[in-house]
Design a protein around this ligand. Sequence first.
Ligand SMILES: *[C@@H]1O[C@H](CO)[C@@H](O)[C@H](O)[C@H]1NC(C)=O
Ligand SMILES: *[C@@H]1O[C@H](CO)[C@@H](O)[C@H](O)[C@H]1NC(C)=O
Ligand SMILES: *[C@@H]1O[C@H](CO)[C@@H](O)[C@H](O)[C@H]1NC(C)=O
Ligand SMILES: *[C@@H]1O[C@H](CO)[C@@H](O)[C@H](O)[C@H]1NC(C)=O
Ligand SMILES: *[C@@H]1O[C@H](CO)[C@@H](O)[C@H](O)[C@H]1NC(C)=O
Ligand SMILES: *[C@@H]1O[C@H](CO)[C@@H](O)[C@H](O)[C@H]1NC(C)=O
Ligand SMILES: *[C@@H]1O[C@H](CO)[C@@H](O)[C@H](O)[C@H]1NC(C)=O
Ligand SMILES: *[C@@H]1O[C@H](CO)[C@@H](O)[C@H](O)[C@H]1NC(C)=O
Ligand SMILES: *[C@@H]1O[C@H](CO)[C@@H](O)[C@H](O)[C@H]1NC(C)=O
Ligand SMILES: CC(=O)N[C@H]1CO[C@H](CO)[C@@H](O)[C@@H]1O
Length: 638
Amino acid sequence: MVLAKHLLLSLLASCSAAYQISVAKSGGNATTNLQYGVMEEEINHCGEGGLYAELIRNRAFQGSKTYPSSLDAWVPIRGSSLALKNLSDPLSSALPTSVRVSGIGQSGFTNLGFFGIDVRPQKYSGSFYVKGSYNGKFTAKLQSITSGKILANTTITSKCAGDGWVQHEFVLMPETTASNTNNTFSLTFDASKTSDGYLDFNLISLFPPTWNNRPNGLRRDLMQAMYDLGPKFLRFPGGNNLEGETIPGRWKWNETIGPLTDRPGRATTWGYEETSGMGLVEYMEWCDDLGMEPILAIWSGHALNGDSVSEADLDFYVQDALNELEFLTGPVDTHYGALRAKYGHPEPWTIRYVEVGNEDNLSGGMDSYTGYRFQAFYDALSKRYPDIQVIASTIDMTLPGNAGGDYHLYDIPDNFITKFNMWDNYTDQHPILLGEIAATEFNNGYGVNWSDYHFSTYPWWIASVGEAVFLLGAERNADKIIGTTYAPWMMNLDNYEWSPTMLAFNANPDQTARSTSWHVYSLFNHNHMTNTLPATSPDAFGPLYYAAGLDSQTNSRIFKAAVYNSTANVPVSLKFEGVDRGATADLTVLTAPSAYAMNAVGAPNKVDSQTVKVTAGKNGIFNFKLPNLSVAVLRTNA
Ligand SMILES: *[C@@H]1O[C@H](CO)[C@@H](O)[C@H](O)[C@H]1NC(C)=O
Ligand SMILES: *[C@@H]1O[C@H](CO)[C@@H](O)[C@H](O)[C@H]1NC(C)=O
Ligand SMILES: *[C@@H]1O[C@H](CO)[C@@H](O)[C@H](O)[C@H]1NC(C)=O
Ligand SMILES: *[C@@H]1O[C@H](CO)[C@@H](O)[C@H](O)[C@H]1NC(C)=O
Ligand SMILES: *[C@@H]1O[C@H](CO)[C@@H](O)[C@H](O)[C@H]1NC(C)=O
Ligand SMILES: *[C@@H]1O[C@H](CO)[C@@H](O)[C@H](O)[C@H]1NC(C)=O
Ligand SMILES: *[C@@H]1O[C@H](CO)[C@@H](O)[C@H](O)[C@H]1NC(C)=O
Ligand SMILES: *[C@@H]1O[C@H](CO)[C@@H](O)[C@H](O)[C@H]1NC(C)=O
Ligand SMILES: *[C@@H]1O[C@H](CO)[C@@H](O)[C@H](O)[C@H]1NC(C)=O
Ligand SMILES: CC(=O)N[C@H]1CO[C@H](CO)[C@@H](O)[C@@H]1O
């Protein structure tokens, strides 16, 4: 008896070594609908040479005081010369600078693309504007630098009779895939058949097939990577890039719409001039194409150099934001609604979330933001659009009415763990957007080094697990959290400002890397909880962190977990109230070969995903073990 009792006690003891978690059947909270989304930030050429599928770099010689017009990415073919010109009759007032190509006989110029051009058997749609008198043909071609081989070519009969700019369109159809992306695009003509020995060119463009075949559209591989993650929202048009370096340098919505010839482009915050080919309407089409809720950021009267618009002058910018909303959501009989219809979108969009600015608590913006700027936008937006959830760009302030806030976190993985419970006691009066979240540096004892933009090229596994822990803390409080997004989202490895990012790529779509964090976000997103469920345990959080809930659409019970910093596998005994012995569940566990595993451009994915069926045993308990540095989801429809 005595022995048997000992045995029983020791069995109980070994049981109690497992995490014992009990999930109630009801009593939690409805979540917001937007768990995991996308933060647009052009910091890493998300637009130019990135998501925006344009293959020609510097296609319209746009420039500014900060980044003057140049011949960047263009080279003359042998015997030709190139000169930038501001003609008295430019292509448009938005595109004042063009290139004059002179020569004798076959003349022309070549573009190097965004650090290469991907060439494969598919349709490339091109266009260019030319001015001058020319009675001959143009040749457009794609050519390999490595082998000199012509990969595709076509001729275009000139329509240039003399005065005025004339658009020419063409198609290139390569028959084979180039051996690499070291390819160029060239446009040539016979200068002896011009009346002046030269021609003026502008807006030279070439697109591969785009996502949903949209003209002026987005790169398919990057859209596919987002589609596969299932993002629920898009925060746009950027953070620092929205703000601009100066007040006149802010992102101006009405300079990014309409025909490409009407878009002047802009000096971005991130070291290059953008074409604005990817503008407000393209952002909305991006939302439409991926079924994402738009979270529209409007300019809030503050620039990165520290300048804030004075209270007396703020009305103009408040009105500008209302104009932008009318453009997006107004009926076609409104001034800006009519403009939207003219640009091909008669059907109004719906905007439910508007964020006022970006990180206004930084670069000296806080006094004016809390003093008058936020309130002015909040009042005007709430009055005109009472259904819109207005979000402040910080949580470090007393938020008026039902205003939400935005919280950003860039840190070492360990500090994501310590912030696991930071939302537990947070008010439910002011919903929070986790608008920029990323573990950016290795655990190092001092945190983030802000002078180091490139600490780690890619997210790495322990960082992604650290993020998972923080995301679970948010999911436990999903009634207070609007949604979460990694930031920044994309980098072209051949030219970027900041790393790590969610997706990394180069000119070759076959080499796009979905980061270790992409795998975590994707797993969590594909197991969306519509309601949280209270989960209790005699065991404290750590090394196991978790959240539980319900997907009311499929009536599934969901348990999400992450293990961080454990010395051994973590046994879990999970009980869902109302689930009986014999019930089955799918358990998906993500692991990686090492804490520092990274998914690199052109390299295979290192995140291992295993899904197994588990069956509830005695008392309906699911027993399983989770390894150190793992992220897991258990889902049962029982
Ligand atoms: C074109 O005009 C811009 C703006 O006035 C000026 O900065 C630039 O130098 C001019 N370029 C040429 C080639 O004249
Ligand atoms: C197109 O390329 C082919 C193959 O190199 C070449 O034979 C042909 O002359 C080219 N046509 C033009 C118009 O350049
Ligand atoms: C492309 O080819 C040229 C000439 O061989 C070479 O100098 C250059 O480094 C190559 N660029 C890339 C990106 O491979
Ligand atoms: C954009 O809107 C502002 C504010 O209404 C206006 O001053 C500006 O002229 C507009 N720009 C364009 C290009 O329409
Ligand atoms: C601004 O807010 C962010 C969170 O979004 C926080 O990390 C940062 O410390 C705040 N900065 C200041 C100066 O308050
Ligand atoms: C991880 O474990 C190490 C060693 O025990 C400890 O120093 C560190 O604080 C732990 N980190 C976290 C976030 O728990
Ligand atoms: C939340 O409040 C409870 C009750 O006051 C307290 O025990 C707990 O430590 C708080 N949690 C955090 C993360 O502050
Ligand atoms: C922070 O990064 C800068 C730039 O890489 C480097 O010079 C500096 O030493 C780093 N500081 C620390 C504490 O590592
Ligand atoms: C678990 O991961 C931590 C890093 O967080 C590492 O220090 C530790 O050695 C790992 N434990 C085991 C048993 O692998
Ligand atoms: C806003 C709200 O309804 N919050 C509830 C969330 O769920 C817990 C119990 O799990 C309640 O205590 C809160 O009141």
